[in-house]
Design a protein around this ligand. Structure first.
Ligand SMILES: C[C@](O)(CO)[C@H](O)COP(=O)(O)OP(=O)(O)OC[C@H]1O[C@@H](n2ccc(N)nc2=O)[C@H](O)[C@@H]1O
Ligand SMILES: Nc1ncnc2c1ncn2[C@@H]1O[C@H](COP(=O)(O)OP(=O)(O)OP(=O)(O)O)[C@@H](O)[C@H]1O
Length: 291
């Protein structure tokens, strides 16, 4: 055994798309994009317990989501051929905090956290690059969570260049609706021809979110929240929404605007991070449990 300890608890953070440009569409329908990914310290928590029964269990179940469709389950299945011992199984307890359909990548993050944890507990010994390659099959956002660094991304989101960004406080708002990523990407009015920019341009000048117009068209609640947040600064949509965010230099200002946010919208104050909290916790676990 690599480690005698059979339990591991890891945070599974959300991401923001600080901008999202759609530069084209591939023949398989997937969109070519350019985006800046940053993690935030708003996280789900996953507790893993290694078993010897060759089973994958997840508790509690997510409402209206069969276990086989849970990205955590799919991630575990993807690693099964690489287990050192075929009897290895895993019990996973999920503490969900991240809203679903929010554009903050909760499902993808859970999948990446599972890949990283099981790679260690099941002694698969795959590199993070290989885990990211496997992970993209589960979702375009999985690789950035597996790699664990803030990144300028291209391709469908899997070609990553590490970046160091400011780490502001963010006010994150979730209008009371669920946006389907598939519906936004199939809308014929979606802008798909934003000219590609260089990373230096992206870091200096940022960008916009090409999905905003279409998301607002389908979801009036997002428009209402966007107009409200815009009164306080440069409001942005993350991914395909529904979440919106605004950056602040200091915690006090972020808290002040949060306290005036209408109650009908969920809101959080969080901090941007350039390293995924999953990786910080995993490195600490490895350090503590090394023989
Ligand atoms: C919008 C972003 O969150 C930006 O980070 C991602 O591009 C979406 O990533 P994701 O939720 O992991 O997406 P996936 O689960 O891979 O795909 C959901 C659906 O969105 C569409 N999709 C997704 C990503 C992409 N680059 N082009 C697409 O057209 C596909 O129709 C797919 O059926
Ligand atoms: N472990 C999981 N956590 C959340 N959603 C999951 C999970 N597994 C599968 N899903 C499915 O994925 C869908 C999208 O969930 P997710 O939390 O990733 O939304 P999102 O933040 O909009 O994602 P993205 O920004 O990647 O489009 C959910 O509606 C749910 O059906």
């Amino acid at each position: 055994m690599d480690y005698s300890v059979t339990k591991m608890q890891l945070p599974s953070p959300a991401k923001l798309n600080l901008f999202l440009h759609i530069t084209g569409q591939r023949e398989d329908g997937y969109h070519e994009l350019q985006t800046l990914f940053q993690f935030i310290d708003l996280c789900d928590t996953l507790d893993f317990t290694l078993t010897r029964n060759n089973q994958v269990t997840i508790t509690p179940t997510i409402d209206q989501l069969p276990t086989e469709e849970n990205l955590i389950y799919k991630a575990a299945k993807l690693l099964t051929p690489f287990k050192k011992d075929s009897s290895f199984g895993i019990d996973i307890f999920l503490t969900k905090q991240l809203p679903m359909g929010g554009g903050i990548g909760g499902g993808s993050s859970n999948a990446a956290t599972t890949l990283l944890a099981l790679n260690v507990l099941w002694e698969c010994h795959l590199t993070v690059e290989r885990l990211a390659e496997l992970g993209v099959q589960l979702g375009a956002d999985v690789p950035v969570f597996v790699m664990g660094f803030a990144a300028f991304a291209e391709g469908v989101g899997e070609k990553l260049q590490k970046v160091e960004l400011d780490t502001p406080y963010f006010l994150l708002i979730k209008p009371d609706c669920h946006v389907s990523t598939g519906q936004i990407f199939t809308d014929k009015y979606l802008t798909r021809d934003t000219p590609p920019i260089r990373i230096s341009h992206a870091l200096k000048l940022g960008g916009h979110n090409d999905c905003l117009k279409v998301v607002i068209k389908h979801n009036p609640e997002v428009e209402e929240a966007y107009l409200w947040l815009k009164n306080h600064g440069d409001a942005k949509l993350t991914g395909t929404g529904a979440c919106l965010f605004l950056a602040f230099d200091n915690l006090r200002d972020a808290e002040r605007v949060k306290s005036s946010t209408p109650n009908k919208w969920q809101s959080w104050v969080c901090r941007g991070c350039n390293t995924s909290p999953t990786h910080d916790a995993l490195n600490q676990w490895i350090e503590q449990n090394r023989g």
